[in-house]
Structure formats: C-alpha cells, structure tokens
Design a protein around this ligand. Structure first.
Ligand code: BDR
Ligand code: CA
Length: 348
C-alpha cells in the first residue's frame, strides 16, 4: 500500500480524486494539505474536513498551506465559475468542525516526509506553492518523497487559462523566442500552433509559475500529468447522473458535479466533464496506463505566456545552455489509456 499525502484545492475534481483515493486499496491517505486555487485556502481547508467526514476518516491530519503564491498574489486565482464559490458547485454543504495540525503545510510536509524518507507519495492537485515552500525550508524534501505526482501543465496541447489580452502576433513572437531554445522542429511547430490558436497555460501552473519552476528544478521522482492526458479522461453527463445513490460517495458527487457539468457545457460545448485530478490519482495507482516522456522541464515565469510549461522532449542536437543546464529530468505523461482509466475511476 502506498502512503499518500494529497495537496489540494477542493474543488470538484479534487473531491472526486480524494474520494476515489478513499475507495482504493492501493493507497492509504495519511494527510491532506490545503492550498488556494479553485477556492481560497481557508475554504479548501473547510472542504477537506467535509470530505474526510464523508469518507468516515476524520482523524486524517489536515495541514493548511499558503494563501498566496510565492510572489504574494491572491484573488485572481479563485475559479468560482468552474467550481462554485464554495468549491462544491454552490451546494451549501453543512460545515464540519475540524482542527488543522497547527503547522503550515510546508513545515508539516517537511517533518512528515523527512521522517520516513522514500516511503511517502505526494499527489499535488493544485498550485505547487506548498511544495516549493517546503523545498525552501529543506531542499531534501522532494527527494525524500517516494514520488511526487503533479496535476499540472499543458505540453503539446492547448492550456485552459487565457492570458488576457494577448493578440496572436504577440503570441507568435513569444513562441519564436521560446523556440530559439528548441532544436526539435516538431516541438517548435506544436508550440507555435498552441500559442496562435489557443490558450497557452494550465490553471494550476498559472496560479504559481515560480513555484512550479522551482519544484521541477529539483532532482526527485516527479511525474507530471497535464491536459495532454486529462483531456482524454471524461465522465459523461450520463455517467454523472448514474452516480446518484451509488456507493458511499455517489450522491454527493452527482450533486456537486451539476455545476461543473454546466461549466463544461457553456465553455466547451461538452456533454461531459474533464476529470483532471482523478486522472492524476490514476497515475499514482496505475502508472503503467500512461506513456511517459522524460526531459528537463521549465515553466515560463515572465512574458505573455507566463505559466506555460515547456518540456525538452529529447532532441539529439540539444546544445542550448541557456536556462536548461543542470535541470533534472521529469517524467511527463504524453498519452493515456483513457477507457480503462475512466472506468476504474468511475467505479471508485
Ligand atoms: C486543474 O485546475 C483546477 O481547476 C482543477 O481542480 C485541476 O486541478 C485543471 O487545470
Ligand atoms: Ca485541483
């Protein structure tokens, strides 16, 4: 059984992932760290207590984390139009009393992970601020994790956040500058297409690009699950309706996902929802269902594509030292067996 800490901003798909984890024999959830993102951090903490109560696991420690990004930014990150102001699709869930561990999540992570080096897996489902702060406290912390699985990034596909006011030619220019670091023509083409025709950045990374770039710069067993694969993992409107009355969590999930489904209808014209965070959880328990590509990974922290993730996907002629030298390899998911992953998540 993997011992698992979940760092999260619940959040509808976070709730799905967390509840799926509590229905999975492969893992034992030993703690929840909270972070801003879909909601502000204090709401994420309140929601963690609601989920633990629902799962009958009120004794699982909850450590509250950062309420701003490394650079001190707040507010603009709250995604109430996707998850509702309460993070649970405006369903007015009854509050559950709970007490946090009384330490900042970053400190709690360092203490817990470093006391059991190599034993604990961490699943990060929100901005990477807590993990980055933990690294600033003790840079051994991610190396001491058995693995760090991250939901974040859009590598060879569009993102889901629109850097406001960006005009296509300006995007082109940024992409061209970026491409100076790329010797791989296919990657170059993909980057240009992505910048010209769509959103460049994924939401979790967008909320704290500095944190993400710092985390990916430290040698550790890191696997990153981005929109490249989560877009292949969807629950249909029918799947969601069918959850009502099923298992311990079905009715709750059916209720909170109504709002999330409406967002997907409005924003993407879909009769289904993306299950981003559950897909990252699937990568913890079924990594063999994903295709992984290893390479150094950078996150743009400046310019109009701030938050964009760029993977050096392995050009043989690689020779640009600028900003890449010494960067460790990170595993990035580039394909997934969508059907069995979705079936297994739905069942959990
Ligand atoms: C990510 O952003 C959040 O809205 C979701 O919970 C997920 O973690 C997807 O981009
Ligand atoms: Ca999330």
């Amino acid at each position: 059984k993997k011992k698992l800490i979940i760092d999260t901003d619940p959040g509808i798909d976070d709730a799905m992932a967390i509840l799926a984890a509590f229905n999975s024999e492969e893992v034992e959830v030993i703690g929840i760290c909270t972070i801003f993102g879909n909601v502000k951090t204090s709401t994420a903490t309140d929601n963690a207590f609601i989920l633990l109560n629902l799962a009958g696991q009120p004794e699982v420690p909850v450590a509250e984390g950062a309420s701003t990004s490394l650079k001190g930014l707040t507010k603009e990150h709250i995604a109430d139009f996707v998850h509702g102001t309460d993070g649970f699709g405006n369903t007015s869930q009854a509050a559950v009393d709970g007490r946090t561990v009384g330490k900042h999540a970053a400190e709690w992570l360092v203490d817990t992970v470093n006391t059991h080096p190599g034993d604990i897996s961490v699943l990060a489902l929100g901005p990477l601020t807590n993990i980055a702060l933990a690294l600033q406290l003790d840079e051994r912390v991610t190396r001491n994790m058995a693995e760090l699985v991250v939901l974040g990034g859009a590598f060879f596909v569009n993102g889901n956040v629109n850097p406001a006011g960006v005009c296509p030619p300006a995007r082109m220019l940024d992409a061209a500058l970026l491409a100076l670091h790329e010797t791989d023509k296919l990657t170059l083409m993909l980057l240009l297409t992505r910048l010209c025709f769509g959103w460049a950045v994924e939401a979790n990374i967008f909320s704290d690009p500095e944190a993400a770039d710092l985390v990916f710069g430290h040698e550790a067993n890191i696997r990153v699950v981005g929109l490249d694969v989560t877009h292949s993992c969807q629950f249909t409107a029918e799947d969601l309706q069918g959850l009502a009355g099923q298992g311990r969590f079905g009715t709750f999930l059916q209720q909170i996902t109504r709002f999330y489904l409406q967002y997907h209808r409005d924003a993407y014209n879909m009769e289904a929802v993306y299950v981003h965070d559950p897909t990252a959880f699937a990568a913890v328990i079924q990594p063999e269902r994903f295709t992984w590509k290893a390479g150094p990974l950078r996150v743009l922290t400046e310019g109009i594509a701030r938050g964009m993730t760029v993977l050096d996907a392995g050009s043989k002629k690689w020779n640009s030292p600028n900003g890449w030298t010494g960067r460790p390899k990170v595993q990035v998911a580039v394909a997934v067996q969508g059907e069995p992953v979705v079936a297994s998540l739905l069942q959990r």
